[in-house]
Design a protein around this ligand. Structure first.
Ligand code: CO8
Length: 257
């Protein structure tokens, strides 16, 4: 499928999406977001793919939503076009999603990265929510996911005073999973994606869903849902295979059934 603003590749069982609008630092306009979602949903439905990676280039992951697209919009325009509704579809992706970030990861770019399940960053990555400089605030979950990831103190500085985090700070504050040299950040993310793709697919899916649910529900409800998901996995062939393989001291062969 030919796209205008992204490139897609497969690396073994990992689906890779490269944001490819370099002249505007991968500013996330509506067509670009539509292509990301379309590619993600395509990989999600593809049995030969087990996990996905979204990346930009060494200079920039994404410098935010496209300011040109919004500058003259009224509130009613924003409501009726509801561009953010497209971004929300990233939440519906079932397979693990990794952001491989280098350079600028700002505004909506940081919001996309935070919608992913894990973030691998190069040492040059810089994370921020600079919307305050434009007279607005993050609009695609940034205030909420950031506060949950790094806590109130740092989130408040980022959202209302444009504090930018270095990769090392982002790691220390719990925003990202790993910091690696710029030469290998994408390889590391693809390696991790293939590692995840080799695991029991139904259990990976249930684990992703339940960890994400921890940010949505109260503990009692979340623990009850986790228990139901845990019991449900005992109806899968992979649960029998995984436990028998352990007892028989051999590697399991996952079937995703
Ligand atoms: N939108 C549109 N164009 C952009 C954007 C952007 N977000 N970011 C950069 N560009 C363009 C620049 O205008 C410039 O274009 P041109 O060459 O035609 O002048 C080109 O990219 C290169 O940028 P710079 O010359 O500025 O490059 P620098 O290396 O000097 O600076 C920065 C890099 C620091 C990243 C700088 O470009 C910058 O500050 N960019 C804007 C960052 C920003 O404010 N992001 C937040 C945007 S708002 C947002 O994300 C809200 C999301 C809410 C949900 C989505 C709703 C639909």
């Amino acid at each position: 499928m030919p796209y205008s603003f992204i490139l897609t590749e497969t690396h073994d069982q990992a689906g890779l999406i490269r944001l490819n609008r370099p002249k505007t630092l991968n500013a996330l306009n509506r067509p670009l977001m539509e292509e990301i979602v379309q590619a993600l949903e395509g990989f999600d439905a593809d049995d030969s793919i087990g996990a996905m990676v979204i990346t930009g280039n060494d200079r920039v992951f994404a410098a935010g939503a496209d300011i040109n697209e919004m500058v003259e919009a009224s509130a009613v325009d924003m409501l009726l076009t509801d561009n953010i509704g497209i971004w929300d579809r990233i939440r519906g992706i079932k397979k693990p999603l990794i952001a491989a970030v280098s350079g600028w990861c700002l505004g909506g770019g940081n919001e996309v990265a935070m919608m992913c399940d894990m973030i691998i960053a190069s040492e040059t990555a810089k994370f921020g929510q600079p919307e305050i400089n434009l007279g607005v605030i993050p609009g695609s979950g940034g205030t909420q996911r950031l506060a949950k990831a790094v806590g109130k103190a740092i989130a408040m500085e980022m959202v209302i005073n444009n504090r930018t985090l270095s990769a090392e700070e982002a790691f220390r504050f719990g925003l990202i999973n790993r910091v690696v040299p710029v030469e290998v950040y994408l390889d590391e993310a693809l390696k991790l994606a293939n590692e995840l793709a080799a695991r029991a697919p139904l259990a990976v899916r249930a684990g992703k869903e339940m960890v994400n649910q921890a940010f949505e529900t109260f503990l009692t409800e979340g623990v009850a849902d986790e228990r139901r998901a845990f019991y449900f996995l005992f109806s899968s062939e992979d649960q029998k295979e995984g436990m028998r393989a352990f007892i028989e001291k051999r590697d399991p062969e996952w079937r995703g059934r």
